[in-house]
Design a protein around this ligand. Structure first.
Ligand SMILES: [Zn+2]
Length: 575
């Protein structure tokens, strides 16, 4: 009886898998197709073939270079010769290498795809894995389709020595060529991604998604603990760690991953094109009647009930996909960035995510840190590479002043954002929706168009700051507000603002849905105008626009007499 039972267990053992996290036993049938524990939701390690089946449209995967295999350049032997170890891995996985290369459809969009398999020698990158990544990039470039990689790797393959190490350089160069050609690259990190694979291509996606349960970094936990003699916290290098430190754009559970990739690939498949859909007629504008006192404008724009970025994201855009992190030092939640659709057209939205009521939750009331500007810069470059216009929504009292921000070089972060916009090869439309405070606002308010909501303000300094410095009395803030010319109407008069977007009578808060409607139509109109032009023309016009800022107020004067050799400078100044 017992023997019969044992025999039956043996016969079915192949159909059962034990969860490495909770220890529960599950049949393979239950685990398909996600291979995620029904008990504790932990993802099981997944083969490349199962991964591909999970992620791509059924029946669309075509494998390339399926039989490519490595030589044995070093005639390497550890406990067994490399060729023997290779054959063992081949027999165990049914693969000829640790990477599977091919093309497939994802949500109907064709992509080039490289998926690593950890079960094949720890997903290690040798000459063939490097070759498949490079060929994947070449297929993507040749067909002008996105590249997707899904990584699971312990690093470089020691058995191939420096030739394996150098695959890092080969794949990095492949990613560089994708960037130069404007080909979107999406990288998915799973458990684990370390060393050679992470220092080259997997960390360098335009968009990097960490699967929940992923661990990724340069050195593995054990190495760091041995080197430093410190015990690392359990969440070190986890997906949430990577998100919090700005290394990845988003975290997705394995069951969510197919849908996340379909969305990303759909943005990657669109490029700036002349508008295809006739815009709906704009809603009738309420008259910009109110000539409100500038101090009243400041009070209104700071009021807790004024609609903020999150309202406009919900009300004006669809299909919003948030992206995180500057990839270097952190993630600043004050700067929102992500893909979205405006009237159905894909754009990249960047804006100040200001919370004025309730706990600030680290949002500093809209004061941006250097990592926020660096995220904005990164996403602007991403937008141009993917051929998507940029929309910015400005609402900040100013950039974050603080020791940490200084240490991280706040000034350079703001400067680099502006330098990036100055030559960005895609349309950029900015709208001030609240407080446009100083350098913090400046960085996100330069582009091809600057719109301003009727009750928004835009100023070189807060009225309080101006009053304290120039009026020697911060109680004179109302006077300072009147002197600064910070209202939308004042700025339109000075040609700083291209369009004042009407708000419902009494202000945006009286009818937030209508306020969003008015702004959405204005944005759409300007984007359509820009889309109809070649990008080259847009960039040249932007350069002229930036060059002309304030030039009309550089007056020749008649009392300046200077040495002859300064005449040239003066002529340059007044031209
Ligand atoms: Zn489990």
């Amino acid at each position: 009886m017992a023997d019969a039972l044992l025999a039956r267990i043996r016969a079915t053992a192949d159909r059962w898998r034990r969860c490495p996290t909770c220890g529960g036993w599950w049949s393979r049938r239950v685990l398909e197709p996600c291979w995620t524990c029904p008990g504790c939701a932990s993802p099981f390690r997944m083969s490349a073939r199962r991964r591909i089946a999970l992620l791509v449209d059924a029946g669309t995967f075509v494998e390339h270079d399926a039989t490519l295999r490595p030589g044995d350049p070093l005639r390497f032997t550890d406990r067994v010769p490399y060729p023997t170890r290779y054959e063992q891995a081949r027999a165990r996985t049914g693969l000829s290498e640790a990477a599977v290369l091919g093309t497939a459809g994802i949500g109907g969009t064709r992509v080039a795809l490289v998926v690593l398999d950890f079960d094949f020698m720890g997903g290690s990158m040798g000459v063939v894995v490097g070759e498949k990544v490079a060929r994947g990039a070449e297929i993507a470039s040749a067909e002008r389709i996105p590249l997707l990689t899904v990584s699971a790797s312990g690093g470089g393959r020691m058995q191939e020595g420096v030739l394996a190490l150098q695959q890092g350089a080969k794949t990095a160069a492949a990613i560089r060529s994708l960037r130069d050609a404007g080909i979107p690259y999406i990288s998915v990190l799973t458990d684990p991604v370390l060393g050679g694979v992470h220092v080259s291509f997997s960390s360098a996606g335009d968009v990097v998604i960490a699967e929940d349960g992923a661990r990724a970094g340069f050195a593995g936990r054990r190495v760091i603990e041995q080197t430093s003699g410190q015990q690392l916290p359990p969440e070190f290098q986890s997906a949430s760690f990577l998100l919090r430190h700005g290394h990845v754009d988003s975290v997705a559970t394995r069951p969510e991953l197919p849908r996340v990739l379909r969305r990303l690939v759909s943005y990657a498949g669109t490029r700036v094109a002349p508008p295809t859909v006739e815009p709906a007629p704009a809603p009738a504008m309420p008259p910009c009647d109110e000539d409100i006192d500038p101090w009243e404008a400041v009070r209104r724009v700071r009021a807790t009930h004024r609609p903020r970025l999150r309202h406009y994201l919900d009300a004006m855009f669809t299909d919003v996909f948030e992206l995180h992190g500057d990839r270097r030092s952190g993630e600043d939640p004050v700067v929102f960035g992500g893909f979205a659709r405006l009237h159905g057209e894909a754009v990249v939205v960047i804006g100040h995510d200001r919370i004025t009521c309730g706990p600030p939750e680290g949002r500093n009331n809209g004061m941006t840190r250097p990592s926020g500007y660096r995220k904005a810069t990164r996403l602007m470059v991403l937008a141009a590479r993917w051929g998507l216009p940029v929309v910015t929504l400005v609402d900040t009292p100013g950039a974050h002043p603080g020791a940490g921000s200084e240490r991280a070089n706040q000034s350079e972060a703001i400067a680099e954002t502006m330098i990036t916009v100055a030559g960005l090869a895609t349309p950029v439309v900015c709208a001030v929706i609240g407080e446009g405070g100083s350098g913090g606002a400046l960085a996100l308010s330069i582009g091809d168009r600057l719109l301003m909501q009727q009750n928004a303000t835009y100023s070189i300094i807060s009225p309080e700051g101006c009053a304290a410095i120039l009026f020697s009395d911060s109680a004179k803030a109302p006077d300072a507000a009147r002197a600064l010319g910070l209202r939308a109407v004042d700025l339109r008069r000075h040609g700083v603002v291209d369009e004042v977007v009407a708000e419902p009578p009494g202000g945006a808060h009286t009818d937030p849905a209508r306020a969003a409607d008015l702004l959405r139509h204005a944005l759409r109109r300007h984007l359509d105008e820009l889309r109809a032009r070649p990008v080259r023309t847009i960039v040249a016009a932007r350069a002229r626009r930036l060059r002309a800022l304030g030039r009309d107020w550089c007056l020749p004067g008649d009392d300046v007499t200077g040495p002859v050799d300064r005449e040239g400078d003066r002529r340059e100044l007044v031209r």
